[in-house]
Design a binder for this molecule. Structure first.
Ligand code: PRX
Length: 638
């Protein structure tokens, strides 16, 4: 496969950028022409950020799986589409060619149909990182069902909330999942979730750990049995459903600063074009390269850069079931050598955690196949950047620091590997088609360089979210109402003297813990569910490995027999049950009151400063209802 839209030099980047701003429609139409459409679009772009209404390639018909699978069959049919590396290095890996993947997706798409799934139905997928997860995602897309993947670290309660919000009547899961030494009983978590979701008609269970599961008659079926049925029925091929460019492709839930997670909706046409374009350009993918993105498919990174971006480009994508530190902290490096990985895309948290193991795990590893390194999900500190560059990339592999979000569908700000300059800890320049601006609190654009402000985007790109599922108004207020005619990212950023962006982190009440997005309000709600808790306030604090840790201040009246540790454990268990282990507080400080203004608003600024250990300069506390609580909070700092 060739990529005529792959940018090869800095001047080509500058030209492409200029054209993307001056003639966005022609620019994107030229790129979109490289895909397989059943019908061409009537109009490239129609938009306003007021409602918002954003439509790309309107009138076009396609199926994304024909672009990810069918169109490669003739030329790449016997090439590996997915390389699957199991959790346990002793277990045999799997290589799935484009032909195999096409067959498996068609088979499972028929299973879905045979179980009553129709175009537009929502299907929740809760699985470990096995090929069947990618197959499930693509099978949904094949028949036009809307997938909603839920990360395996979420609790039954979180799953139930999402199932209810999406009104998903179908679930695909596994008996269990392996992650390092752990064996996570996914089906049993689903069973707990479904107590609150009687509308779920069918659960399809794939076998992985063969742990004991309770299969409920009339509702639960085994994946393998269903495939056999399809074979008996003689159903082999599965023609792809014809989709409108603007039909939803998937929903992915993500946290905001208020309320429950929202279902970000991406659509078929624009998302396909944007993930492919950004994949090919940022990573400078060359035919035959092995691309290893270590994210989980439960997050947007896995959707865009394990599944849709690479497969639509005919690439070989590596799917890893396990964790970076098991059986030892050399696991990533061993995988890189085993498959001669060319592109490694991971999170700063993983890099920092591996740095902590020293150079031992790298000894005896060649890593000579690596050409491009990438990071995503959180700001990378310079120390980790240099370690990655020197110890992993041997100073010969460009690092791309890719900034983007669940809502953006694909990478918006990043250097292009080896093509545009990298700068440690900077995401650098916007991709063509992306028009970032920095604004002050009043929404006034801050022009020039060497400035900082809130990061907004003032023009749509094909991968932008279209709505939040079932609640368009929420989409408007969250992203398009803070500043007029702009998409507000929730991030703060600096722009240096050369126009490079450095993302400094969230400016709203959203935490980024190990690259996972968690709303402080969500954690507070979970803590407050505990019978002994009166109220709580949650803030982030700098954490050496996770980037940010969760610090909770809790007003507690429950009895714990004087054992504070026990109360902490109970609260932690509550959060784990309500949201999932990823949202467990790192520190819980018991307080008798929270610093509030006379109007009852919690002054988080003070709590943040204490958690960050900045005890001296707490700023103006004169508006507090009871300034004495601040002294107590300072004294009790953990
Ligand atoms: O704060 C930014 C941070 O992650 C947030 C988006 O989180 P999520 O939707 O879960 O998507 C993560 C993977 C795309 C952003 O608002 N973030 C993401 N990438 C970077 C980053 N912060 C700094 N540098 C990055 N490269």
């Amino acid at each position: 496969m060739s990529y005529p839209y792959q940018i090869k030099s800095l001047s080509e980047y500058q030209e492409a950028y200029k054209r993307s701003v001056q003639q966005p429609e022609n620019f994107w139409a030229d790129i979109a022409n490289n895909f397989y459409w059943r019908r061409r679009w009537d109009k490239v772009l129609e938009w306003n950020f007021k409602e918002p209404k954003i439509e790309w390639f309107k009138g076009a018909k396609l199926n994304i799986t024909e672009n990810c699978l069918d169109r490669h069959l003739e030329t790449l049919g016997n090439r590996p589409a997915i390389i699957w590396e199991p959790n346990d290095p002793e277990e045999y890996h799997r290589i799935i060619t484009y032909k195999d993947l096409h067959l498996k997706v068609c088979q499972f798409a028929n299973v879905l149909k045979n179980n009553g799934v129709k175009k537009g139905d929502r299907v929740c997928i809760y699985m470990g990182m096995i090929p069947e997860l990618a197959i499930s995602v693509l099978a949904c897309a094949r028949i036009g069902a809307i997938h909603s993947v839920i990360f395996g670290g979420f609790s039954a309660q979180s799953i139930a909330d999402r199932l209810q919000d999406a009104r998903a009547e179908y679930v695909i899961t596994c008996d269990g999942a392996y992650r390092g030494q752990k064996d996570i009983p996914l089906k049993s978590v689903i069973d707990d979730a479904l107590i609150a979701c009687p509308f779920v008609k069918r659960v399809i269970v794939s076998t992985r750990t063969r742990t004991a599961v309770s299969m409920i008659k009339g509702r639960d079926v085994w994946w393998e049995d269903e495939i056999k049925k399809i074979e008996t029925l003689g159903m082999k091929d599965c023609p792809a459903e014809e989709m409108d460019a603007e039909d939803p492709l998937f929903i992915l839930y993500t946290s905001g600063s208020t309320g429950k997670p929202k279902g970000v909706v991406h659509t078929c046409g624009g998302y396909m074009v944007y993930t492919n374009y950004s994949f090919v350009n940022v990573f400078q993918y060359q035919p035959g390269d092995i691309h290893f993105c270590t994210a989980d498919i439960g997050w947007i990174t896995g959707h865009s850069y394990i599944v849709y971006g690479p497969l639509s480009a005919g690439a070989t994508t590596l799917l890893f079931e396990g964790v970076p530190t098991w059986p030892d902290a050399g696991r990533f490096w061993q995988i890189v050598d085993k498959y001669s990985v060319n592109i490694l895309y991971t999170a700063p948290t993983a890099i920092r955690s591996l740095m902590g193991f020293g150079l031992g795990p790298l000894q005896g590893k060649s890593l000579s196949s690596l050409k491009v390194l990438g990071t995503v999900g959180e700001p990378i500190n310079e120390e980790a950047w240099h370690w990655y560059d020197e110890q992993v990339g041997k100073k010969k592999s460009p690092i791309v620091d890719t900034w983007w979000q669940t809502e953006t569908g694909g990478i918006l700000i990043s250097n292009l590997a080896g093509v545009t300059p990298a700068k440690p800890a900077h995401a650098t320049l916007p991709l063509p088609g992306v028009q970032p601006v920095l604004v002050d609190e009043n929404g006034k654009e801050i022009e020039g360089n060497n400035v900082s402000g809130n990061l907004c985007i003032k023009f749509p790109w094909p991968g932008i979210l279209r709505t939040t599922y079932g609640d368009h108004e929420r989409c408007r207020t969250n992203y398009f109402a803070t500043y007029e005619n702009m998409y507000f990212t929730g991030d703060g950023a600096l722009r240096d003297e050369d126009g490079n962006y450095r993302i400094t982190g969230r400016v709203d009440d959203v935490l980024n813990v190990s690259g996972h997005r968690i709303g402080t309000a969500e954690v507070e709600n979970a803590i407050n569910m505990h019978a002994g808790v009166v109220e709580s306030a949650v803030v982030g604090y700098p954490h050496d490995i996770k980037g940010q840790g969760i610090y909770a201040y809790v007003v507690y009246t429950g009895s714990h027999g004087g054992d504070e540790e026990l109360a902490r454990r109970d609260i932690t268990a509550t959060v784990s049950r309500i949201i999932g282990p990823i949202a467990k507080p790192d520190k819980i400080q018991f307080v008798t009151g929270l610093p509030k203004t006379r109007s009852g608003k919690i002054m988080r600024r003070i709590l943040r400063k204490v958690a960050e250990n900045e005890l001296e300069n707490l700023g103006d506390t004169s508006t507090l209802l009871d300034p004495s609580v601040v002294d107590e909070i300072k004294k009790g700092k953990l």
